[in-house]
Design a protein around this ligand. Structure first.
Ligand code: KG4
Ligand code: ZN
Length: 336
């Protein structure tokens, strides 16, 4: 079964083909492509929803053609279509849903709307078939920070989440405060590489009490005050970036360890854009090893938004016989 995956929830147009291996052949990703709109939104310092929708309209069909060509498949070889149905920007989601449903209807194959965060959550399994539930998933993106107990595929229990900013959002807003170019998260992380650890020290929010929820907005204010009162030298900027990154990484690691203790699971899966952060990856890897368990991450390109994770999550659901009716519906706000 060859499943075409389409992701258009925000500012990345992602397309991929995943083959399940049923009916012969190796299971795996056949081809994938991502077109990022970063340059389009940079001058506004954030994603402009209407521009995002229009750019998805421009890029989606060429990207589908390109991906099919790279996978050596004809459009008639597609057995199912998966698309992100939410959460995300309504106009952007509707572009993907409209194209996916139309294509499925024309080809007379099933289509399925996938939850964007389920796509992120299952991406590590696409990358490494030996990672299987049960596990604790840390979902850290621009819109979400959640700890989820994954008892089985489709059986998710929310253990904790952010009460205000998501981890990626905190990275982006902090970067903006420090005048770093858009998009801030990866820029701040790159700057932190040059920073001296320990010169600045920020709190590890909500780690002094029990519980698995997060809060990152106070940390942002601490950085703002430190930056405002500093000499603003290049090294100081890097040192503050390093202290901020260390605070976020430590906080996430402390809560991951608590979640492993609470569930008794020994596998930790990390997904979402912030999962591309090198220091977070190293810290959680060390944590899992120290506990005699394992940590599983997708490659950085499959941590940030992509079509492959949607093709994979959709393939699992289509194989289980699930698919929606032909209507083009999206859910901009949607709990997993
Ligand atoms: O999953 P994603 O691509 O989009 C959402 O669904 O939100 O995540 C994007 C988020 C952004 O906030 C971005 O700043 C953050 O992930 N991010 C990073 C890094 N790479 C991306 N944050 C910290 N370090 C990174 N290396
Ligand atoms: Zn995402």
């Amino acid at each position: 079964m060859n499943v075409l995956g389409i992701e258009t929830s925000c500012d990345e147009t992602g397309v991929a083909v995943y083959s399940t291996g049923t009916g012969g052949g190796e299971p795996g990703l056949r081809a994938h492509a991502v077109y990022s709109q970063i340059a389009l939104h940079a001058e506004y310092g954030g994603v402009v929803p209407e521009l995002a929708s229009r750019d998805h309209v421009r890029k989606l069909l060429p990207l589908i053609r390109q991906t099919l060509a790279e996978s050596d498949l004809a459009v008639a070889d597609i057995d199912g279509v998966a698309y992100t149905a939410g959460p995300g920007l309504v106009g952007a989601l509707l572009v993907g849903a409209g194209v996916a449903r139309s294509l499925a209807w024309a080809l007379d194959v099933p289509a399925i709307g996938v939850h964007h965060m389920e796509g992120h959550l299952l991406a590590p399994l696409m990358e490494d078939a030996s990672t299987r539930p049960p596990f604790v998933a840390l979902l850290v993106s621009g819109g979400h920070t959640q700890l989820v107990a994954v008892e089985a595929i489709g059986r998710y229990r929310l253990l904790g989440e952010t009460l205000d900013d998501a981890a990626g959002e905190a990275f982006d807003k902090t970067a903006k405060m420090m005048d770093l170019p858009y998009p801030g998260g990866p820029q701040l992380a790159a700057l932190a590489e040059q920073g001296q650890p320990g010169r600045f020290k920020f709190a590890r929010p909500m780690t002094d009490r029990p519980g698995l929820d997060f809060s990152f907005s106070g940390l942002k204010t601490q950085v703002l005050l430190a930056w405002r009162d500093s000499d603003r030298a290049a090294q100081t900027k890097a040192d503050i970036a390093r202290a901020f990154e260390d605070a976020v990484v430590d906080t996430l690691a402390i809560k991951c360890e608590r979640a492993l203790d609470a569930t008794g699971f020994d596998t930790l899966v990390i997904a979402g854009g912030v999962g591309a952060n090198k220091r977070l990856r190293a810290k959680l890897q060390a944590l899992a090893e120290r506990r005699g368990g394992r940590a599983s991450f997708p490659r950085p390109m499959f941590c940030t938004d992509n079509g492959a994770m949607i093709a994979f999550a959709g393939a699992l659901r289509l194989q289980a016989g699930q698919h929606g009716d032909a209507s083009v519906r999206v859910t901009p706000r949607w709990d997993m």
